[in-house]
Ligand binder design. Structure first.
Ligand code: MIC
Ligand code: SF4
Length: 646
């Protein structure tokens, strides 16, 4: 039978189940990655699992998010991750080496292999033909311990690319176009597999921009085939031995198909505060810009920044604009330094930041009050920049650089520049892995250093027969994990300190939520559609767990957040009749009886005692997930299974 790229990779890695959309499958995981903001929790969970050796072929721990170090907390976390990585035989990418997804793409990705990462943008590696999935921390810990990952087989969407991008239109515009068409929830339960003659016109970093931001569709992942361009990229990274050709067979059957004609695209921008509020840049002409930031795992590659340097060459940025640039990796920065592009950027007035996530996760460079910020990033959720009143627009590096010069949102096609020239991919990248610490032989003897910032994390408890409590908040549609567990520079250092974080849970929606949750000793959260979209941060489940949240009732959930709730023993329930959502009011009293047996059935009756109504709720979970909920979380279940084995 002719197969898609996804079916080929999953087929090769299938440990259990059938590749039928909607069925639970188990796949073998070749590699994992973690970053520091989720990593501390992952490694605490790995330690709690009690294994002494990881089962993946290669696992890498990156430090890229929490690099501001405005107190000892970040440095303490780095030290913990460095030592715990050594103890378990995990590669460690030191702070300064770059953003996990960019470095992984350059130095570790292998076409046809599987990667599970504790970061929602792990699909970046799909640009090279890897099946790369973002997941919550405990899923990644279990994948390291057991070498496997359980998930629901998604539908496969063929994205047929035809034509070639016109000058000044970029890979960012392809994914923005898809976001415009599909929306931030349209990709849930799907994998986007790119195909068609347009693929050959895209470099690996361009493909990676697209698969990276596929996360914003809510998709399980996105992937490109691997071809000659993939080979050339790997060869230039001195890794040609890692190449493996993987293409869809002629006649492969997809569940859906979308076509994008690259030649018809124009520069696009995602307006505040959602990555799918996409309009042509030309329609925003004249919008005054206060800040431009270029970087993040979406657009910080060598090609992106050389293009920016060419635009800025011999020019000065507008007087009222602050331009910050964060190269994606040490490799990118070093190459820009060698070829002179770095000097060009600096001379134009750019503020060069370290190779890290930086402003993308609110670590510095917050815009002014009511400021307009153009960013080459992937998320523009309200408040994420650190300035609640700021308006963040997501654009390509081309649009960002040109607008930094004019001071107004500008379509680069209208800007009088020298001729557009293609950016050639380097024949050889500057490769030097001296900032990656490889595992040692005597790793069992390594001592793990735990600073005072590492606090124990809450564990769910096995389900009780009855749950009763109040609706502590009723939220609307598309609530992001940045709403549930905000992560500005002030809070990100406390990712290993759940009690501290609990005072900020959902405060972007209602500043009294934490107080109310504590006063009522927990209860329920009610949300609208696509609840929990965005990041993979497990903290958006761990913190509610700490606050005593027993169940979240919503119209629908984002994939990773739903899994995180289950993995921490919080029940994610979907309104069978969405109208019931309208009936609920904050502080209504809810009761669920015979909880374990209702969970097993998957249909749960929730009594609204205040309104004297009963809602039928669906638990869209696999058998294993129901077992996880009953045991109060994945860690409990995994340990229970290990203990009964002995
Ligand atoms: C993000 O882009 O929101 C993050 C920060 O990278 C998160 C991970 C986290 O919250 O630590 C993600 O995308 O998963
Ligand atoms: Fe870092 Fe931003 Fe990428 Fe998240 S989206 S990994 S914060 S650069």
């Amino acid at each position: 039978m002719p197969l898609t790229v996804v079916q080929k990779i999953i087929g090769k890695h299938l440990a259990k189940g059938k590749m039928i959309p909607g069925e639970e499958i188990i796949i073998k995981i070749d590699q994992t990655l973690t970053q520091d903001a989720t990593g501390t929790m992952v490694y605490l969970q790995l330690e709690a699992l009690g294994v002494n050796k990881i089962k993946t072929k290669k696992s890498v721990a990156y430090i890229d998010h929490n690099t501001l170090q405005s107190g000892p907390e970040n440095a303490d976390d780095h030290l913990y991750i460095r030592t715990v990585a050594k103890k378990y035989g995990i590669y460690f990418s030191r702070p300064g080496n770059g953003i996990c997804h960019q470095v992984h793409l350059e130095r570790f990705t292998i076409p046809g292999w599987t990667l599970l990462g504790s970061d929602s943008h792990t699909p970046t590696a799909g640009g090279i033909g890897m099946l790369a999935i973002g997941a919550g921390g405990v899923d990644v810990a279990v994948a390291m311990a057991q070498g496997e990952y359980h998930f629901t087989m998604p539908k496969i969407v063929r994205v047929n690319l035809i034509g070639k991008l016109n000058p000044w239109v970029s890979a960012k515009d392809i994914i923005l176009e898809l976001l415009k068409r599909v929306s931030v929830k349209g990709g849930v339960g799907k994998i986007f597999e790119y195909a068609g003659e347009g693929v050959k016109n895209l470099s690996i970093p361009q493909r990676a921009t697209i698969t990276n931001m596929g996360a914003e569709l809510g998709a399980t992942t996105s992937i490109f085939p691997s071809d000659e361009i993939t080979f050339n990229f790997l060869k230039a990274q001195k890794r040609e031995k890692d190449f493996f050709e993987i293409k869809a067979d002629d006649g492969a059957i997809y569940d859906e198909e979308i076509e994008i004609n690259l030649s018809q695209l124009e520069p696009l921008a995602a307006c505040p505060h959602s990555p799918d509020k996409v309009v042509p840049v030309s329609s925003l002409k004249g919008l005054k810009v206060n800040q431009v930031v270029i970087g993040s795992c979406t657009n910080s590659s060598y090609g992106d920044l050389v293009r920016v340097a060419r635009i800025l060459e011999d020019k000065t940025i507008a007087e009222h604009v602050s331009l910050a640039i964060a190269p994606g990796s040490k490799q990118v920065l070093a190459m820009l330094a060698q070829n002179g592009a770095l000097a060009t950027l600096i001379m134009s007035g750019a503020r060069i930041l370290e190779c890290a996530c930086g402003p993308c996760i609110g670590m510095g460079q917050s815009p002014p009050t009511n400021g307009v910020s153009l960013r080459t990033f992937n998320r523009n959720f309200k408040g994420r920049s650190g300035t609640i009143s700021a308006k963040v627009y997501l654009v390509s590096p081309e649009v960002a650089a040109v607008s930094a010069l004019t001071g107004f949102l500008t379509d680069p096609r209208e800007f009088q520049l020298k001729d557009y020239t293609e950016i050639e991919m380097p024949k050889t990248f500057l490769t030097n892995d001296n900032m990656i610490i490889a595992p040692v032989n005597n790793y069992e003897e390594v001592e793990v250093v735990r600073g005072p910032n590492i606090k124990p994390f809450p564990l769910g408890k096995p389900l009780l027969p009855k749950i009763q409590g109040k609706v502590l908040i009723k939220a609307g549609d598309n609530i992001t994990t940045d709403h549930i567990m905000p992560s500005p520079a002030k809070l990100l250092p406390y990712r290993s300190n759940i009690p501290y974080l609990s005072d900020y849970c959902l405060t972007l929606c209602d500043e009294n939520f934490p107080k109310r949750a504590k006063a009522n000793k927990g209860g329920f959260i009610v949300g609208g559609a696509n609840y929990g979209q965005g990041s993979s941060r497990e903290h958006a489940a761990l913190v509610p767990l700490y606050l005593g949240i027993k169940a979240v009732l919503a119209k629908s959930f984002a994939r990773i957040h739903q899994a995180n709730l289950v993995n921490n023993g919080i029940i994610p329930l979907i309104f069978k009749n969405p109208e019931d959502y309208n009936n609920v009011k904050e502080m209504d009293e809810f009761l669920i009886e015979d909880v374990p047996s209702q969970v097993k059935k998957g249909i749960i009756k929730v009594k609204n005692i205040t309104k004297n109504r009963e809602y039928e709720m669906l638990l869209n979970s696999t058998l294993r997930q129901k077992e996880i909920i009953i045991q109060g979380g994945l860690l409990n279940l995994t340990r229970l299974k290990e203990n009964t084995k002995e």
